[in-house]
Design a protein. Structure first.
Length: 104
């Protein structure tokens, strides 16, 4: 399963109602959207739908929808799912001029 959380470090709170896309990379065909979500009041997208298959994925956060004058209007995090039975939770902590991501 793939999930995420968006945390606004400048405001000290989760970022709610932010559009988030999940894409899968298919060799020779490029990126294809396989999931979409809107962060909840805790800044979370708990599931993008169907369980993940092994492969290279990208989570794209539409930060401009939350912070219109953001220096980074969107942030894309690319990662590899090796074991589809494992849980991949990727929180993104951001401020107006920086961001950090990790696997929890």
């Amino acid at each position: 399963m793939i999930s995420t959380q968006l945390l606004d470090s400048a405001q000290g709170r989760p970022a709610a109602r932010v559009p988030v896309d999940l894409d899968l990379f298919i060799t020779g065909r490029g990126w294809h959207q396989v999931g979409h979500g809107l962060t909840n009041s805790e800044g979370r997208v708990d599931s993008f739908g169907a369980p993940a298959a092994a492969g290279v994925y990208r989570i794209v956060f539409d930060l401009a929808a939350y912070l219109p004058d953001a220096f980074f209007p969107s942030v894309a995090i690319t990662f590899e799912v090796r074991d589809p039975e494992d849980h991949y939770h990727l929180p993104l902590v951001f401020s107006p001029f920086g961001y950090s991501v990790y696997r929890a």
